[in-house]
Design a protein around this ligand. Structure first.
Ligand SMILES: Nc1ncnc2c1ncn2[C@@H]1O[C@H](COP(=O)(O)OP(=O)(O)OP(=O)(O)O)[C@@H](O)[C@H]1O
Ligand SMILES: [Mg+2]
Length: 356
């Protein structure tokens, strides 16, 4: 009896290149962002003629190709010119001006940074860059704690384009005036992909990642529909990988609907513990955030107290941060204005993957 005909032998795999499903993988060519990339390229163009470039504010929801579009532009720039220097910094990791200066020095190959102050590092950066032109990309700019670096670069580097990337359309409004007025910044929105585009992107990845023909149509439609609904390519990449691993665990030569259904369930448990499971204080706070989404942390605390909440501000703050870590809410820091730094708390309307 051919009991094991449909089974993979131990050396076989459904994956041709599993890394193609990593978020950091760089698929080439990048599809469906030509228009945005052209816009970015036009901002940089004057730099090739020794004129000043334009600055650009890029915004859009998570997982729709903002970082990828910029990093591919940077790759091209690196290949095509010695005189225009691209400098990419993720502000999640480098969230103060001093850290930005150190990183810029590292990117520019300057190593003698020890014991130097911020101002001295700025001088070094200016010295190097003012012989050329520079394109700065500050990704996740909303994670930055201060903006002295922007002021310093705007004032000190003559020929440059500065790109700022964030999820928050309104972020610029909170930026201190002395910086904003110098930026004279254009705005570029990245809109979510429609279903045809999402399909094209996922199919391209499937081509890189899997052995041809292993993904069943019904499994693919489920992955596609879910990705379109969530408007986040990362959801699709996750589901593709997990579905493949599930099929391999069954030693199946095909990825079937059941593998994707199991992947949806797993992702759900992983992504959110499920707000139904929340009890006590976190649940109480989450309900307040739901009703007052987009509110300042301090105003939220006031409401919490008015409704009878007894926690001290610090513990309250920690609880809200935990809710953010678990993706029930999102937090956005705003600097400037009369109150200094404020945090805006927004309810995350993340749908559960298995609700589909
Ligand atoms: N047009 C595309 N073609 C191929 N892959 C894409 C495309 N757009 C997005 N992706 C993939 O989706 C994932 C998320 O994209 P990216 O990191 O650029 O999102 P983002 O808009 O910067 O999101 P966030 O705001 O969360 O940083 C990446 O793995 C990326 O490779
Ligand atoms: Mg990004």
């Amino acid at each position: 009896m051919p009991l094991f005909d449909d089974m993979l032998s131990s050396e076989e795999s459904l994956f041709r290149n599993e890394q193609a499903l990593d978020f950091a993988f760089q698929p080439k060519p990048m599809k469906f962002r030509e228009e945005q990339q052209r816009y970015m390229a036009n901002c940089i163009k004057p730099l090739f003629h020794e004129r000043n470039g334009k600055n650009l504010f890029i915004y859009g929801i998570p997982g729709i190709g903002k970082t990828l579009a910029c990093s591919q532009l940077i790759d091209e720039l690196e290949e095509s010119s010695e005189d225009v220097v691209p400098l990419y910094i993720n502000c999640w990791h480098k969230n103060t001006s001093f850290k930005v200066y150190l990183e810029l020095c590292a990117l520019l190959g300057y190593r003698m940074t020890q014991n130097k102050k911020g101002d001295e590092l700025v001088e070094v950066i200016k010295d190097i860059l003012n012989k050329k032109s520079a394109v700065f990309v500050f990704d996740e700019i909303d994670k930055m704690e201060d903006f002295d670096f922007l002021y310093a670069l705007l004032e000190g580097v003559y020929r440059k384009s500065i790109f700022l990337i964030t999820n928050y359309k309104d972020w610029l409004n909170g930026l201190e005036e002395r910086v904003r007025s110098r930026l004279m910044i254009d705005q570029l929105e990245f809109k979510p992909y429609n279903s045809k585009e999402t399909e094209g992107i996922l199919r391209q990845r499937i081509g890189f990642a899997f052995v041809p023909g292993v993904l069943d149509d019904s499994a693919f439609s489920l992955i596609l529909n879910k990705t379109v609904e969530m408007e986040d390519i990362r959801a699709g990449l996750n589901l593709l990988r997990e579905s493949g691993l599930n099929a391999e665990n069954r030693s199946s030569k095909k990825i079937l609907l059941e593998d994707t259904q199991a992947a949806l369930k797993k992702l759900d448990e992983y992504n959110l513990e499920g707000s139904d499971k929340l009890e006590g204080d976190p649940k109480f706070i989450l309900n307040l955030i739901k009703k007052n989404s987009g509110i300042k942390m301090k105003s939220l605390y006031k409401i919490y107290q008015e409704k009878g909440g007894g926690m001290a501000y610090r513990s309250f703050f920690r609880k809200v941060n935990k809710l953010a870590e678990d993706k029930f809410v999102s937090l956005e820091k705003k600097t400037g204005g009369l109150e200094g730094t404020t945090t805006i708390v927004t309810y995350s309307n993340v749908k559960k993957l298995s609700e589909f």
